[in-house]
Design a protein around this ligand. Structure first.
Ligand SMILES: Cc1cc2nc3c(=O)[nH]c(=O)nc-3n(C[C@H](O)[C@H](O)[C@H](O)COP(=O)(O)OP(=O)(O)OC[C@H]3O[C@@H](n4cnc5c(N)ncnc54)[C@H](O)[C@@H]3O)c2cc1C
Length: 362
């Protein structure tokens, strides 16, 4: 008999899906080319939405992940008027989102899988011809060596430099997103410090990351502005950025999830949030399936995810292209947009709910 589900990739997306399937009584096996536990040293800091919290609560892991609530998001842009603040209290939620370490998330997911005895073959490459009813790709990247026509690819020419930074005052739940012509800068509250994601032109990232702490802080402060006074920074890491979208997340008995389905710019912190919504709906679609690779179920899953995927990718891509640009007309448009958001509570609420729940937010 065929093995029900093979998940290729034991990063956070693959592990979360395995957990969701276990809860629904569907057997899944993970294979990962790295040693088990490698994902625990992922240095990225993630902002997860209120909707993602609910999904992780259903998986029984939320309470074990250390996290910092975001109660206010402050959005502004360099060189123009207009700024807006989105507040959790206005949206009647305890927090707009939560900041956590990708490594902590991986640790908690791995522990839960180990407790359930989920099969996890580490140091194992994907089999060439798996004999599984359903193969889920969660390899964390999009390989366009075959079927190039199905992959939408945009290179923004930007890299992210990430680190943590201390400031003269603790963050108190405020997340800052500042758009600059060189790319967006985000400061996320993380315990009593900030997690920094500074986007910069690709050709400058290595020099910026290698700069000494005081030169780096001076550059970060000049990009970010005077709202927060930064006093210290940890060593920097660089991540290349771009948009890669696999238009068809289902082909035959294969499904792509997480970064293997879409790799997004981190500007709006949507990548793993979108992955969790895919995972939750895929697990629902496979509940009680005699054959997890059943074409009709998978087609329904793909159709059900279409609007959320396309709109989340479009929203993120639009933000990067609208804000990473110094043309005067676009600067005025940005100012007008931020002012309008600030003045119109319904528009703010629309944006907040979109960030929290994806396309179903309205
Ligand atoms: C700077 C930055 C900031 C971000 N901030 C946010 C944020 O605030 N909010 C948010 O929601 N998202 C954010 N993201 C996105 C988020 O990090 C990703 O969506 C998430 O980590 C993807 O998880 P994954 O499991 O799909 O991939 P990965 O974590 O890459 O895991 C893939 C796994 O597959 C394994 N693998 C690879 N190839 C094979 C193979 N051939 N055979 C077997 N195994 C294989 C790897 O060893 C790895 O364990 C950010 C990304 C970046 C770069």
């Amino acid at each position: 008999m065929k093995e029900p589900v093979l998940i290729i990739g034991g990063g956070p997306a693959g592990m979360a899906l395995a957990l969701a399937l276990h809860q629904r009584g569907v057997f899944a096996r993970i294979v990962d080319s790295r040693p088990r536990g490698a994902a625990k040293s992922d240095a990225r800091i993630l902002a997860l939405s209120h909707g993602s919290r609910l999904i992780l609560e259903n998986l029984g892991v939320w309470g074990k992940i250390p996290h910092t609530p975001i109660t206010t998001i402050h959005v502004s842009h360099q060189g123009g008027l207009g700024r807006t603040r989105i507040r959790a209290a206005e949206e009647n939620v305890p927090a707009l989102g939560y900041v956590l370490a990708a490594g902590d998330l991986a640790t908690v997911l791995d522990t839960a899988l180990a407790k359930h005895g989920t099969a996890f073959d580490d140091n194992t490459a994907a089999p060439a011809h798996p004999d599984s009813a359903l193969i889920v790709h969660a390899e964390g990247h999009i390989d366009n060596s075959n079927n190039v026509a199905d992959i939408h690819n945009r290179d923004y020419g930007q890299h992210a430099v990430i680190c943590t930074a201390r400031a003269s005052a603790p963050p108190r739940g405020v997340a800052w997103e500042r758009f600059t012509p060189a790319g967006p800068v985000a400061l996320l509250p993380c315990n009593d410090a900030y997690a920094v994601v500074m986007t910069c032109p690709a050709g400058e990232s290595a020099t910026i990351a290698a700069a000494n702490d005081s030169d780096f802080l001076a550059l970060l402060q000049s990009r970010f502005g005077a709202n927060v006074r930064l006093t210290a920074a940890s060593p920097r890491l660089v991540y290349p950025l771009g948009l890669r979208l696999r238009r068809q997340p289902v082909v035959g008995r294969e499904v792509w999830i997480g970064n293997a389905a879409q790799t997004l710019h981190p500007v709006a912190g949507q990548g793993f949030n979108l992955a969790l919504r895919d995972i939750s709906e895929l697990a629902d679609a496979l509940t009680d399936a005699a054959d997890p690779g059943d074409a009709q179920r998978l087609a329904r899953y793909a159709a059900g995810r279409r609007i959320d995927r396309i709109s989340t990718v479009g929203f993120t891509d639009g933000l990067v292209r609208l804000f990473s640009n110094d043309s005067a007309p676009l600067r005025h448009l940005r100012s007008a947009g931020l002012l309008a958001l600030d003045l119109i509570p319904a528009a703010r609420s629309f944006l907040a709910r979109r960030m929290m729940f994806g396309a179903r937010g309205w």
